[in-house]
Design a protein around this ligand. Structure first.
Ligand code: GCB
Length: 617
């Protein structure tokens, strides 16, 4: 009996350990390491709508496609005179597209392609003896099946977070063939689910890099400033002999150099008083430091800013001082008539400069999924506070433990990737999810995990409000688990309210926490106008004048909420959405942008900019 109990207890702790380990996908997730090979550029592709490359019906369908192809040079086989061999596809001679980038923008034929697509890239490499090699994918939307030289080396699910596969064994010295199956299809168990209000954007949407490291290397390293004024951090070594090693932390600009030894798990911990000369990061002074971690033959370099973020009563405190978040929500979509979700540095700079300089903002809500690493680094550099979220959006399969595990993993991948970004101050665990017990359990698990993995940031969620007549309330059991409440409101756009009705709405919300209006907005087609002098009551929806008037009325209403501490109107720029098919005003675009898709400012842009200019600092 005792043995049995012991066995059960051991099993339970083993499972617990595995669950925790599962959430430490650290392998080079922090993207600060230089690539040994950038694998961006032209990749050939082949559509596989019936998924034959992944499905083996009686062994013959798959053989006619991927499985056989992976081992053979198709053109050479076909060229053999009299050979009975033939193939029904050949990626060496297939069409090519630019990677990173979504296929939906690559050719008109692929605009609404949603399914499996094979990609291939060849590269030549001479790894040095003793080195380890890794492929780092910054994002593949939505599932990835990765083969190197015909051998499967790994899979990944989740369209917005990085994954890293070790290829030390599979990599050849010389020519290599990298093949990636990308499946964009979402289902009831995927995160997000099947319906969202943004584009499908299938493909290898962010850079792919080959990284070489010494046999033992720094897998992950982090450093932050605590409210007690201390620098706290750690470095995780990976590889044989990771235990009991010296790791040196160096910040040359602060003349700081300290050492720590790794424990049995290969983790070295640092804790020291912040040097007096340290300048804190803030939107006004986005100071970043070159921070270097060295262990044996390996060095990891990071650009890190140091600041604190906290909540006290109904205030958000940045570096100990109350701050009001003047911001906007944004999707990861570049400006231009045919965006490809290819967030280059200049694309990120163009978008965030509109927030920082155009609107006079200090904050951006990066919705509804983890944005590219480039975007986060740009926010660090320009000085914009960031809200980040995983796509737990509208509906998810709340009762399904596999779905929860996926969401937890996605969140962990994001945290490991971004926790050195000073700009990032808040994790959101969900957007507009209808209140129910199973949904709350799901969010609570995410909030708890985020706090464990990243104690230095705030937790929020964009909540649904309840409307009874003219009274608006939140009755959400998730509230006690959040540091900051956030609400989305569209009164005056969706529903029957006229703009004048917004004056009557009474917001009876809890006042013990700060509140952010995480979304509010109205569609307008840039260039669509009402005639000058039209009264507010007569304005037509879809015009720039209506959108501007909507914002004036909504801002006036929101400022009646005493604990309002931030604004992120929906949304910076018109964005592609397959569910927006009004043939005159939308044509596949959500038109709630303050900017059109090409960057033309609508009248509402100036309303928000003016509002932020007049807010007390
Ligand atoms: C919302 C969603 C956002 C949509 C927006 C809209 O509440 O959170 O993803 O795009 O409304 O335009 O309706």
């Amino acid at each position: 009996r005792l043995h049995l109990l012991l066995a059960v207890a051991l099993l339970a702790s083993a499972t617990a350990a595995t669950a925790a380990d599962d959430l430490r996908p650290a392998l080079l997730l922090n993207g600060s390491r230089d690539a040994s090979h950038e694998l961006s550029g032209r990749w050939t592709y082949s559509k596989d709508y019936y998924r034959t490359g992944l499905t083996d019906i009686n062994g013959w369908v798959a053989k006619s496609r991927m499985q056989r192809y992976r081992d053979l040079d198709v053109a050479a086989e076909e060229a053999k005179p009299g050979s009975p061999v033939f193939f029904e596809f050949d990626m060496d001679r297939g069409p090519a597209m630019e990677i990173p980038g979504a296929w939906n923008a690559a050719t008109p034929e692929l605009r609404y392609y949603d399914g499996l697509m094979w990609f291939q890239r060849k590269f030549n490499v001479q790894p040095r003896p003793g080195e380890r090699s890794f492929l780092r994918f910054e994002a593949v939307n939505y599932r990835a099946y990765v083969y190197l030289n015909g051998k499967e080396i790994g899979r990944h699910e989740g369209g917005f977070t990085p994954f890293v596969l070790e290829v030390t064994q599979a990599l050849r010295s010389g020519d290599n063939r990298l093949t990636v199956g990308v499946d964009s299809r979402h289902d009831a168990q995927s995160i997000p689910g099947e319906i969202t209000d943004w584009d499908l954007y299938g493909g290898i949407t962010r850079p792919v890099r080959l990284i070489h490291t010494p046999a033992s290397f720094i897998d992950d390293a982090t450093l932050r400033l605590t409210e007690a004024g201390r620098l706290v951090g750690s470095a995780q070594l990976n590889g044989a002999g990771a235990a009991n090693q010296t790791v040196t932390l160096n910040i040359a600009a602060l003349k700081l150099q300290v050492q720590a030894r790794t424990d049995a798990q290969g983790v070295a911990r640092f804790e020291l008083p912040a040097p007096a000369a340290l300048k804190r990061w803030s939107p006004e002074t986005p100071q970043l430091y070159d921070v270097q971690f060295t262990a044996g033959a390996d060095t990891l370099r990071e650009r890190i800013g140091f600041r604190t973020i906290a909540v006290k009563g109904d205030q958000i405190l940045l570096n100990g001082k109350p701050v009001f978040l003047r911001g906007v929500s944004a999707h990861e979509e570049e400006l231009g008539p045919n965006p490809a979700r290819r967030m280059t540095e200049s694309a990120a700079r163009a978008l965030l400069t509109e927030v920082k300089q155009g609107l006079g903002g200090n904050y951006v809500r990066l919705s509804h999924y983890p944005h590219s690493e480039t975007m986060l680094r740009m926010a660090d550099e320009l000085g914009l506070l960031v809200w980040s979220e995983i796509p737990v959006y509208w509906t998810v399969d709340w009762d399904n433990p596999v779905a929860l595990q996926k969401a937890l993993r996605m969140q962990a991948e994001t945290i490991y990737r971004d926790r050195n970004r000073a700009a990032l101050v808040m994790w959101s665990v969900g957007n507009e999810t209808p209140v129910a017990d199973n949904r709350t359990r799901f969010h609570v698990a995410l909030a708890k995990s985020a706090r464990e993995l990243d104690p230095g940031r705030l937790i929020s969620a964009a909540l649904l409000v309840e409307r009874q007549g003219d009274v608006i309330r939140i009755a959400d059991p998730l509230l006690p688990h959040l540091d900051v409440m956030a609400i989305n409101t569209y009164a005056g756009w969706y529903g029957d309210d006229k703009l004048d009705d917004l004056k009557k709405l009474r917001w009876e919300l809890p006042t013990d926490k700060p509140l952010i209006a995480s979304e509010f907005g109205a569609d307008a087609l840039a260039g669509e106008h009402d005639s000058p002098g039209t009264s507010r009551a007569q304005l037509r929806k879809w015009t720039e004048e209506y959108q501007a008037a909507y914002y004036r009325a909504t801002l006036e209403m929101l400022h009646r909420i005493p604990n309002l501490r931030g604004l992120s109107p929906w949304v910076l720029k018109d964005f592609r959405s397959p569910r927006r098919e009004h043939p005159v005003f939308q044509n596949g675009w959500n038109r709630k942008g303050l900017l059109s898709e090409t960057g033309q400012r609508k009248a509402a842009f100036d309303v928000i900019a003016e509002h932020y200019r007049l807010l007390p600092r």
